[in-house]
Design a binder for this molecule. Structure first.
Ligand code: G6P
Length: 481
C-alpha cells in the first residue's frame, strides 16, 4: 500500500488561509491559532476548502504547513455547503431556530463531497498518522477514512451543539451520520450535554449502548488564545484606539456592544428589542447610552440570512428613528468585519458586552471579552451559549425572556466597578487557565496513543477508493464497527 508523507493531517471545511487579491493570508480565529502551530511542528497537512467556488489550486506550502485546497464546484457549493451544511444541519443542530430543509439531492452531494475530503486525507496521511477532522460539514469523513486506513488514528471534533435525540430524530439520514462519526477513535464535543445527546442518539438509532461503544466520546470545551488577546489588549495602540472609539461616540456614559456573525442563532433581534424597550421605558437615556453592534456578513446566499439582515436593519432604523439625534445615533450598526486588533479595542471600550445566543456551541466572543478586560466591564451572557457553563459570574439570561434580558442589561449598565471587577477577575481565571492550547493538547493526548494492533477487515485491506454512492455505502457501516 502507498502511504502519504504527513504524520498529522487536519481536515476542516475551510483552510487556515484566505484568498485575498490573488494571494493567501492567514485567516483569523482561535482554531487556526491553536491547531496551526501543531501542524507546523509536525510538518503536517491541512485539508480544506479555499473559500471560493469553481477555482482550483494545487497543494502548496504556507508558513511550514502543507495546505491541500479542496475546490468546490458551484453545485457542491450550493448543495454541500449552503444546502446540507448550512440549511439542513446548522438549523437542526441549533434547536430548529429556523426550520431545517431536507433534500435528497443535498444529502447525495454531502456524501460525495465528504468522500473527496476523505480521499485527500487518505492520500496525505503517513503510516499510523493522526487525522483530526473538524465540524459538522464533515461528519461522514471518519468512517470513510477508516474503511481504507486501519493504521491511522482518527479524531473528530464538533464545534457546534449536538442536538437532543428528539430533534436529531428528524434527520432522514441520522443513522448514516452516526455511523460516519463512529469511524473516529475520539469524538469530541463542546459540552457534557452534547456528549449525552450523542450517546442517546447512538443508543436509540443504532442500538449501541454507551458501555458497548469502543470510541472515546468526551467533552473538550474549546477556548481562545488568551495570551494573544492579552498582548493586543495591553498594547498602547489598542488602548489608544479604545479611547478614541469612545470619543468618536461622543463619550457615552454607557457603551453597550455586540460582536457577532450575522446569524439567526445569535439572538441579535432579541437584544435590539430589549434595548429599544429600555429606551422607550426611560430606563436608559439615549443622551448617555450608545449601542454598537458589529454584524459580520455570513452565508449571504441563504434566504434565512438575508431575511435576518432585513429585520435587523429595519429594527436598527426604527430605534434610530425614534431615539437618534443629529449628532448621536442610538445604535451604531456595522455590517462588515473588523480586524482582530480593532475588535479587541472595541472590547476595551465597552461597558457592557451582550451575548444573547438562542443556541451556541461555545461562543468565543464572550471568552475573548473576558480575556481582554480581566478586571472590569459587565458581560450579559445567554444561558444557551456553551460558554455559560464556565462563565457563571456573567449576568446569565434567557434571551427569549425580554423582560429578564432588559433587567440584565440594566444591571450591567449600572454595575458598581467593584462588583464588575470581582466577577470579571473570577471569569478571567477560568479563561486563562483553559486556553485553546490546553484544549488542543487534551484532544490530541487522548487521540495519539495507538490501540493494540488489530487485523484489518476485508474492506479495509482491499484499500478500495472511497465510494460515495449511497446505495453501496453499507460496506463502510460494517467496517467502522
Ligand atoms: C461556525 C462553524 C465553523 C464555521 C463558522 C463560519 O463557527 O462552527 O465551522 O467556519 O461558523 O461559518 P462559514 O460558513 O463562513 O464557514
Amino acid at each position: 500500500m502507498k502511504y502519504g508523507n504527513q504524520s498529522l493531517v487536519v481536515v476542516a471545511n475551510r483552510l487556515p488561509v484566505d484568498r485575498c487579491e490573488g494571494s493567501w493570508s492567514p485567516s483569523p480565529g482561535g482554531l487556526v491559532s491553536a491547531v496551526a502551530p501543531m501542524v507546523k511542528e509536525s510538518r503536517g497537512a491541512w485539508i480544506g476548502w479555499c473559500g471560493t467556488s469553481d477555482e482550483e489550486f494545487e497543494p502548496f506550502e504556507f508558513d511550514g504547513m502543507h495546505l491541500v485546497p479542496i475546490a468546490l464546484g458551484s453545485d457542491e457549493y450550493d448543495k454541500y455547503y449552503e444546502g446540507f451544511s448550512n440549511a439542513t444541519l446548522w438549523p437542526l443542530y441549533h434547536d430548529l431556530v429556523v426550520p431545517p430543509q431536507f433534500h435528497r439531492s443535498w444529502w447525495k452531494t454531502y456524501l460525495s463531497t465528504n468522500a473527496r475530503f476523505a480521499q485527500a486525507a487518505v492520500d496525505a496521511a503517513a503510516h499510523e498518522a493522526t487525522i483530526w477532522i473538524h465540524d459538522f460539514h464533515l461528519q461522514l469523513v471518519p468512517e470513510m477514512i477508516r474503511a481504507q486506513r486501519p493504521d491511522v488514528r482518527i479524531g473528530f471534533f464538533n464545534h457546534i451543539p449536538f442536538p437532543s435525540e428528539s430533534i436529531f430524530a428528524q434527520l432522514p439520514w441520522r443513522d448514516s451520520i452516526l455511523r460516519g462519526l463512529l469511524g473516529a477513535d475520539v469524538i469530541g464535543f463542546q459540552l457534557d450535554s452534547d456528549v449525552e445527546n450523542f450517546r442517546s442518539a447512538v443508543s436509540r438509532f443504532l442500538g449501541i449502548s454507551s458501555e458497548e461503544l469502543p470510541n472515546t466520546v468526551r467533552a473538550y470545551p474549546i477556548s481562545i488564545d488568551a495570551d494573544a488577546i492579552h498582548r493586543v489588549a495591553e498594547a498602547e495602540e489598542t488602548q489608544h484606539r479604545a479611547r478614541q472609539m469612545r470619543e468618536e461616540l461622543d463619550d457615552p456614559r454607557c457603551l453597550i456592544v455586540g460582536v457577532d456573525r450575522l446569524d439567526y442563532t445569535k439572538g441579535i433581534l432579541h437584544r435590539l428589542r430589549a434595548y429599544h424597550e429600555l429606551l422607550e421605558d426611560g430606563v436608559l437615556d439615549p443622551q448617555e447610552t450608545t449601542f454598537v453592534q458589529v454584524a459580520v456578513p455570513s452565508r449571504e446566499g441563504l434566504e434565512s440570512y438575508q431575511d435576518l439582515r432585513d429585520e435587523v436593519e429595519q429594527l436598527v432604523g426604527n430605534i434610530n428613528g425614534s431615539f437618534g439625534a443629529m449628532d448621536r445615533a442610538a445604535v451604531h450598526y456595522f455590517h462588515h468585519s473588523y480586524s482582530f486588533e480593532s475588535t479587541v479595542a472595541l472590547y476595551l471600550a465597552a461597558d457592557v458586552l451582550l451575548v444573547t445566543s438562542l443556541r451556541d456551541g461555545m461562543n468565543l466572543v464572550a471568552k475573548e471579552y473576558v480575556a481582554a478586560r480581566h478586571d472590569s466591564g459587565a458581560l450579559v451572557l445567554s444561558e444557551f451559549a456553551g460558554a455559560a457553563a464556565e462563565l457563571d459570574e456573567a449576568l446569565l439570561v434567557n434571551p427569549h425572556d425580554i423582560a429578564g434580558l432588559k433587567d440584565a442589561i440594566r444591571l450591567g449598565a449600572e454595575m458598581p466597578p467593584a462588583e464588575a471587577q470581582r466577577r470579571m477577575a473570577s471569569m478571567a481565571e477560568v479563561v486563562d487557565g483553559h486556553d485553546i492550547h490546553r484544549w488542543a493538547r487534551a484532544f490530541l493526548d487522548d487521540l495519539r496513543p495507538m490501540p493494540p494492533t488489530r487485523a484489518p477487515t476485508t474492506a479495509e485491506s482491499t484499500n478500495q477508493p472511497i465510494n460515495a454512492d449511497p446505495n453501496q455505502r453499507t460496506q463502510y457501516v460494517h467496517t467502522a464497527q
